[in-house]
Design a protein around this ligand. Structure first.
Ligand SMILES: C[S@@+](CC[C@H](N)C(=O)[O-])C[C@H]1O[C@@H](n2cnc3c(N)ncnc32)[C@H](O)[C@@H]1O
Length: 348
């Protein structure tokens, strides 16, 4: 057997050339998934299989082309296209493209393809000069661009809500809030995370803290969850100051957005605001840990292209925290891709 015809580990029937072509063609699959998500194809199939013509009519897509899209996404296990009956059903992954299912990532599909896809065309220059591809494409840092348009903010927050339910639930479940009276969620977006925690811990008080134009949406989330009497919202900039005096601070999926210098600034603001002995809980990936390392490495690319952040190893986390006056106590691995990093504020 020659090197070129040898099978690739994990894809036993694929030659290296076929395996790499599949990866190289990923951009087309991303777009196909986006079309299906945006048109609501999966939602049309929630009740069971339907003729392709009926799905085309309901979604406004051309039936001849939709049929070909569905055939491709059947190979990817998203749909199940039945050639004989010319009908289609959800495949094993299909429910993730429905709106409002527990594992839905439909809003991630929309957000990634509408905000992240184009910037990644410029990854080449990022690898040469370190300027995030998004900053070059959008003409300004990603979060500045995002904040200019209310629809963009809403789309991003919905996608973060999806991420919270889909890949961070295990870490949220693993958070140890024993002895915590007041929890501040730093960069808490639309309040989905803190609302979940407050429902689960009936005596917990909390504050969702995020940029003013983002945190506005949290009021609705908290009311709908029935916790608005115990959880309030505060708008601000975590590089300047964060709410004072809480027993614990949660930063879920925040510090990976920023390089070490900026992450240290955020942590220093938390250090100033927190009482001695206050706890800091980070929900982040830890490179090389957990059951889905491919999510951490992919997110590392996302951080490189969109922001100037990064995913970190255990030692990276330990030294970042130590540099801002926190002692890393333990890492809790979960069944999902994210870990809980527990730290405590120490005097500097
Ligand atoms: C990756 S999202 C994570 C949201 C949420 N914690 C979650 O896990 O879904 C990062 C959050 O940081 C917020 N953010 C960015 N810059 C900020 C700043 N300077 N001050 C406060 N929040 C900021 C964003 O608005 C966004 O909600």
């Amino acid at each position: 057997m020659t090197a070129t015809s040898a099978s690739v580990p994990g894809t036993t029937t694929r030659t290296p050339a076929v395996a790499i072509l599949r990866l190289l063609g990923g951009f087309q699959i991303s777009q196909a998934l986006y079309v299906a998500a945006r048109a609501g194809v999966a939602d049309e199939l929630r009740a069971g299989p339907r003729p392709v013509g009926a799905v085309a009519e309901a979604t406004g897509l051309r039936s001849d082309l939709l049929r070909r899209l569905l055939r491709t996404l059947t190979v990817e296990r998203v749909f199940q296209y039945d050639e004989e009956r010319d009908s289609v059903a959800l495949g094993p992954l299909g429910h993730t493209l429905c709106s409002d299912t527990d594992e839905s990532v439909r809003d991630v599909a929309l957000m990634w393809m509408e905000t992240h896809y184009r910037p990644f065309d410029r990854l080449w220059s990022t690898l040469h000069d370190g300027v995030p591809a998004a900053e070059r494409e959008l003409g300004k840092p990603f979060f500045d661009w995002l904040g200019e348009d209310a629809d963009r903010v809403a789309g991003f927050s919905s996608a973060m809500g999806d991420m919270m339910r889909a890949i961070r639930r295990d870490a949220i479940d693993a958070l140890d809030l024993s002895g915590v009276g007041h929890l501040v969620d730093i960069g808490g977006a639309d309040g989905t995370g803190l609302a979940t925690l407050a429902v689960r811990h009936p005596r917990l008080r909390g504050t969702v803290f995020d940029l003013p134009h983002v945190v506005r949406a949290a009021e609705g989330t908290l009311s709908r969850a029935g916790v608005a009497d115990r959880v309030d919202t505060r708008g601000g900039d975590f590089f300047e100051a964060v709410p004072e005096g809480a027993d614990a601070y949660l930063a879920c999926f925040i510090l990976h957005d920023w390089n070490d210098r900026k992450s240290t600034r955020v942590l220093e603001r938390v250090h100033e605001a927190a009482a001695p002995g206050a706890r800091l809980l980070l929900v982040e990936t830890v490179l090389g840990r957990g059951p889905a390392p491919e999510i951490a490495t992919m997110l590392d690319l996302t951080m490189m292209g969109m922001l100037d952040g990064r995913e970190r190893t255990l030692e990276d986390w330990r030294s970042l925290l130590a540099g801002a006056g926190f002692r890393l106590d333990r890492i809790v691995e979960t069944a999902g891709p994210m870990c809980v990093i527990e730290a405590v504020r120490v005097d500097r």
